[in-house]
Design a protein around this ligand. Structure first.
Ligand SMILES: Cc1cc2nc3c(=O)[nH]c(=O)nc-3n(C[C@H](O)[C@H](O)[C@H](O)COP(=O)(O)O)c2cc1C
Length: 450
């Protein structure tokens, strides 16, 4: 490692700092010739309209149709789901399924960041070249904590090989016209996380998205994201570094709270957006703008999904229906049965569900039995926000119940026995979790990786 300094988006990251406490690996040492990095992150951020609200990359869930509806409800910037770089580069079928001619279209799907997982620089570069010019940046996933990522050595498991991370980012930085960005998880240790962030930036990453959880915080151990560590990075990285904070967003109010606490440029939401895409609809007071009616949202989304080419929107549809309807289905179990019985999923079958929902909601209003009001609780919870009672036929965040107590969706179930936890989680998960989604898609990839 040289002792030279690196110029960054905002200033200078000493190369020595970037290398501090790098875990030792058997791989070649971090590149000795750290050339001057051309940081254009701030310029890029301004060019794409200074986004504040960002739709997270989500396997099988942040596909084109969902991006279109998310943008309509306030997402300023969207990420694609994570694509497997080698498959993307080598399989035309996979590529056409995942990234259709309309993905990245200037009129309907920008600004856009395309995300890949990879562990070989040449494969990553080959994949990225195929989306060059069809997106605003290419992101490297170094945050996926799932077992399959461990076996395949990518995602958060690259955190054990900083040199490889550097090479992956830098190969794009050097060879691609489209800028490269990175989405990271944190370490428990702040200093190590800071050194890691500097290392990622020193390779050429132009935006740094920080998911405030460690690699171990997944499944039952998910817990709350740590905003304070994101703030620590913000305070100690060059001020011009473009940073996006990720984690703990359930209501619209959490967005300014997160921006204030982390002082980042933007926030990213995954689950909060899936259950209520209007989470991003900032500055709008009407109930319909904050917690859209499920009948209207479902119809809107379905009409979009029917028109988007490629296979991604089709495969994601059932899961989106479940998430949009999560508060509605336990009451209208006939709708749940109808939706649950859809297997391959023809548009007609989904159309029937949408009509059924429309009829039920129309009956709710016609009956005059239910009050269409929002009840706000002023009590501040441990996670920093307050719960609200939202009519069940409106989109709303999903809170798991822990020992009979409503809890922030990501709270750890530490005080349960392992078996209890598993049983409870299985029962509660009517909709697909991050882990299941990520596993399931990557399971599809696995045979071809062998
Ligand atoms: C269904 C689902 C799929 C996900 N897939 C990806 C992915 O492809 N790439 C990635 O970097 N993170 C992925 N994640 C993680 C999210 O991007 C995000 O970092 C995490 O869910 C925390 O944000 P949240 O608290 O807003 O949910 C996924 C999450 C969910 C819920």
């Amino acid at each position: 490692m040289t002792t030279s300094s690196l110029s960054t988006a905002a200033g200078t990251v000493p190369a020595d700092d970037a290398a501090a406490s790098v875990p030792t690996t058997d791989a070649a040492p971090a590149p000795a010739t750290l050339e001057k990095i051309n940081y254009i992150g701030r310029e890029l951020f301004e060019k794409i309209g200074k986004p504040r609200t960002v739709l997270a990359p989500m396997v099988d869930q942040s596909e084109l149709a969902w991006r279109i509806i998310s943008r309509k409800y306030g997402a300023d910037l969207c990420y694609t789901p994570m694509y497997h770089a080698r498959l993307f580069a080598t399989s035309e079928t996979y590529r056409n399924d995942m990234f259709s001619e309309l993905d990245g279209d200037e009129k309907v799907d920008r600004p856009l960041v395309v995300q890949f997982c990879a562990n070989k620089p040449d494969e990553l570069l080959a994949a990225a070249r195929l989306v060059e010019g069809r997106c605003d940046a290419v992101d490297l996933n170094i945050g996926c904590p799932q077992g399959i990522a461990k076996r395949g050595k990518y995602g958060a498991f690259l955190m054990d090989d900083w040199d490889l991370i550097w090479n992956l980012i830098n190969v794009l930085h050097k060879n691609l016209k489209t800028p490269v960005t990175a989405k990271i998880r944190v370490y428990e240790d702040r200093e190590k996380t800071l050194a890691y962030a500097k290392h990622v930036l020193s390779a050429g990453a132009q935006f740094l998205t920080v998911h405030g959880r460690t690699r171990e915080m997944k499944g039952q151990k998910t817990g709350l994201a740590d905003w304070s560590i994101i703030r620590y990075l913000r305070d100690n990285l060059p001020p011009e570094t473009v940073m996006i904070a990720n984690g703990n967003l359930l209501y619209q109010e959490d967005i300014p709270r997160s921006l204030e606490a982390t002082k980042t440029d933007a926030v990213m939401s995954a689950e909060g957006n899936l259950y209520n895409p209007a989470i991003f609809n900032l500055g709008k007071d009407k109930l319909d703008d904050r917690f859209p009616r499920v009948d209207k949202l479902l119809r809107e989304y379905f009409e979009i999904a029917k028109t988007t080419p490629g296979n991604a929107s089709k495969t994601a549809m059932k899961s989106h229906f479940f998430k949009i309807l999560h508060a509605f289905l336990p009451i209208h179990t006939d709708v749940r049965a109808e939706l649950g019985s859809i297997r391959k999923g023809s548009y007609d079958e989904f159309e029937n569900v949408v009509r059924h929902v429309e009829q039920v909601v129309a009956d709710i209003y016609a009956s005059g039995k239910h009050e269409d009001v929002l009840i706000e609780d002023s009590h501040i919870e441990e996670w920093g926000g307050s719960y609200k009672e939202i009519p069940y036929w409106r989109c709303q965040p999903y809170f798991r119940t822990v020992d009979g107590v409503k809890a922030n969706g990501k709270r750890s179930l530490e005080d349960r026995s392992e078996k209890q936890k598993e049983k409870k989680a299985k029962k509660e998960e009517e909709v697909t979790t991050e882990e299941q989604k990520t596993e399931s898609v990557e399971d599809k990839l696995e045979p071809q990786q062998a």
